[in-house]
Design a protein around this ligand. Structure first.
Ligand SMILES: [Ca+2]
Ligand SMILES: [Ca+2]
Ligand SMILES: [Ca+2]
Length: 374
């Protein structure tokens, strides 16, 4: 009996560990579209095209309250739209409506927000913004979160206007821009969104009904304390860019994948690019890797945990090589080994340098000879 309990406890601990380290949140996942079409952060759809190419998620509760969430990125920045189509009142008395988006940058879930968790705030009337960081304490909002300055590149704005989702009634719209550099460049982040309509004393959150707690002022929702990060969903970026710096030049390596990419590394000595791919166990993963030929030239050897992949396609043009291969999850180590590699120093630097060093060496030797004579 004791053994059985122990086995069950171990199995539960293992499945919990699996959930946190391999694969995406069971609370929901948003795949973030890549787009070079950066929106203007002003609390309005400037044109229908502004958000047309972003990923879409609908938050809709049992009373019909609805917010459309749209997310996209351009490698450097995340863009988030919250189009609260059923919020057609602008604040209440002196209390503004508000919106919050939060990122769990380690995507480690947890029972309370820690210092890797960030929350961005904008109010619906004046467009005042704020950035908060988790404290690791939990409790009410002011205990669990502490205000820090907005990071460089951050912007958020609110507006009360029409949109392609609701063209006949003005309603509350929020736009956010969050710099990737501030969050750390990852494939997967924990993600949480909330909008508060003070007029109807209602809030909506993504994931829906994940347990955010309203905090009241004179009977009206004043603040919304997010649920523990373990209740949040995930956002996932299928398209990543890794910049390799070599001798003052930057070589971009692009990876399109359904796996989380971690520990990207360029090893010049071994003419190798390597990284880890992680996804839900027993699922098939793929990578489409675009490498500058000047950084790493072919023909290439691709190894997944030191074995050759069953499917491998290689296509090159003058500048880039495109490698496509598949594997089974969960975590695998990918190595891409080239035939040629960017050089340590280009020859037009090496030759003069070599000449200078040789001259120095000759002078040095001559001096030593003279000294030894005296
Ligand atoms: Ca806009
Ligand atoms: Ca409102
Ligand atoms: Ca966290």
């Amino acid at each position: 009996m004791l053994t059985l309990l122990l086995i069950i406890a171990l199995a539960l601990a293992f499945s919990n560990w699996m959930e946190q380290t391999h694969g995406l949140s069971t609370n929901g996942v948003i795949n973030v579209s890549f787009s070079t079409n950066a929106p203007n952060i002003n609390g309005a759809w400037d044109t229908p095209a502004e958000w047309a190419d972003a990923s879409e998620v609908i938050i809709s509760n049992q009373y019909g309250w609805t917010t459309y969430v749209r997310v996209k990125h351009n490698f450097d920045l995340f863009f988030i739209l919250l189009d609260f189509v059923t919020d057609q009142s602008r604040g209440f008395a002196n209390l503004p409506d508000k919106a919050q988006v939060a990122f769990d940058t380690m995507d480690d879930g947890a029972d309370v927000p820690w210092t890797d968790d960030y929350l961005f705030y904008v109010d619906g009337v004046w467009g005042a913004t704020a950035t908060f960081q988790g404290t690791g304490k939990g409790g009410g909002f002011l205990n669990a979160w502490t205000g820090i300055g907005n990071p460089a590149g951050f912007a958020a704005s609110a507006g009360f206007t029409y949109s392609p989702y609701e063209e006949n009634r003005q309603h509350q719209i929020y736009e956010f821009r969050v710099p990737t550099r501030f969050l750390g460049e990852k494939s997967t982040y924990g993600f949480y969104v909330t909008v508060v309509d003070v007029g109807s004393n209602t809030f909506l959150e993504w994931p829906l009904n994940s347990g955010g707690t309203p905090e009241y002022y004179e009977g009206r929702i004043y603040r919304l304390n997010p649920p523990p990060p373990k209740k949040w969903g995930d956002i996932f970026l299928p398209y990543r860019k890794f910049s390799v710096s070599w001798n003052g030049d930057t070589y971009p390596v692009f990876i399109l994948s359904n796996s989380s990419i971690e520990n990207f590394d360029f090893d010049q000595v071994n003419k190798m690019i390597s990284f880890n791919v992680t996804g839900g166990s027993d699922t098939t993963g793929y990578c489409n890797v675009t490498t500058p030929n000047a950084l790493l030239g072919g023909p290439y050897t691709v190894l997944i945990n030191d074995s050759r992949p069953t499917i491998l396609n290689e296509v090159s043009n003058d500048t880039y090589t495109f490698l496509y291969f598949t594997y089974s999850h969960s975590t695998q180590k990918v190595k891409i080994i080239g035939t040629t590699v960017v050089q340590e120093l280009s020859s037009n630097i090496i030759l003069p340098l070599f000449a200078a060093l040789s001259t120095l060496a000759v002078v040095f030797v001559k001096r030593r000879i003279r000294r030894s004579k005296t």
